[in-house]
Design a protein around this ligand. Sequence first.
Ligand code: GDP
Ligand code: IMO
Ligand code: MG
Length: 432
Amino acid sequence: MENEKYNTLVIVGSQWGDEGKGKITDYFAQVTNVVVRFSGGDNAGHQINFNGEKHKVRIIPSGIFNRNVINVIGNGCVVNLKQLVDEYELINQTVGDRGTLLISNRTQIVMPYHIQIDEAQEEAKGAKKIGTTKRGIGPTYQDKVSRIGIRLGDLALPNFKEKFQSIYEYQKDYLKKMYNKEIDSFEDIYNELMDCYKKIAFMVIDCGEFLESAIKEGKKILFEGAQGAMLDIDHGTYPYVTSSNCSASNVALGSGISFKYIDTVVGVVKAYSTRVGAGGFPTELLDEVGDGIRERGNEYGSNTKRPRRVGWIDLVALKYAIRSSAIDKLFITLLDVLSGLDEIKLCTKYLINGRETSTMPATSEEFEKCEPIYTITPGWKEDITSAKSFSDLPDAAKNYIKLIEKICETNVAGFSVGPDRKQTVLLENLFE
Ligand code: GDP
Ligand code: IMO
Ligand code: MG
């Protein structure tokens, strides 16, 4: 069994989300049998472009645009059934050749009251708010660990309505007492839930069992991360993080397979940094260089339309992500966006209280004090959006990639030079 290869590939974000994971997952999905989401919910937003079409997914795995792919929402996810049904119906109407969709019976369900609690918690935090997507993600995970969550499999129980009634009463009380907010009527919430459930009940499976068989049959399995390593609840920039483990280490727990089945982990990394929501950001650019990158990279949330904060690449954070998320290879995206700059900066160390460090601080108070120490490399002026190989890149772009590899001691397995599926260059085969 030792060193056995299982044909599994993990794709995770290695920064603060929106690295282009959806695009890269869709690219590899063309040669994959199964794509699995293992964490997060519809706080994610992935844009996927091919054949002149533009599509978005939030909770459905990004492999859905490939006819032969089975897409699975794993137990580590939290699912808003209304959002899921809407997203699925839109894909049915707009995508001729879509893949199939299955959902774990152990996924937690995001309820309307979770969204109300998310909004109320943010409001109560005032200036210290996290800047959440207000999709009810935190409160749903809170209920999961408090053992008062509803799982998809519960909806098939003959006594589900009674079980839900007592949880509903608790939530109603909680919202009233804590936040003086009213909750929708039990019948409204229950009926909408069951209407949605009827539409997806045929997709419900035991995820771990399904994947175990698929792996043993030698199928190619791709695990698609949401968010990014720096938003991980344990290893990210706490408390300005999401409420789940979005790092690759959660693949096994979030999908019900053994961690021994994981072969290769690819960290998707933007050629610069972005962050949505609050929290420290040492390399943030608040000048016209940052504005230029935001415009060229169209750095506005794919769902929320919030302008993303923009900065230089942060290799202290990236090296930390490589360790905390077990990343084997990097995949650089949005490289084309850096075209036109005279010089490009890479943060290689932080200065904190007059002391140099290359260690990520554990507290947000310290992280916010970090000043970046940069290595500067020449930029390039050429348009690289048609590059098909490494040799098509200008020398300065080649050097930029090599510098990232050298400083991070990690190989770059590919890069992306535009939003389209075809604007992707693979430097090394990652699937057998
Ligand atoms: P995800 O959440 O990690 O899947 O990323 P998002 O889809 O939220 O954000 C990435 C954005 O960059 C999307 O609008 C993509 O279409 C776009 N994108 C992905 N790769 C590239 C690239 O190489 N170049 C450019 N210009 N855009 C890209
Ligand atoms: P994808 O998968 C970028 C951020 C929010 C906020 C924090 C907590 O598209 O990369 P939450 O709603 O999860 O409680 O918000 O996490 N966040 C993301 N930022 N991309 C994402 O997903 C994100 N999902 C959550 O902006 O700062
Ligand atoms: Mg996104």
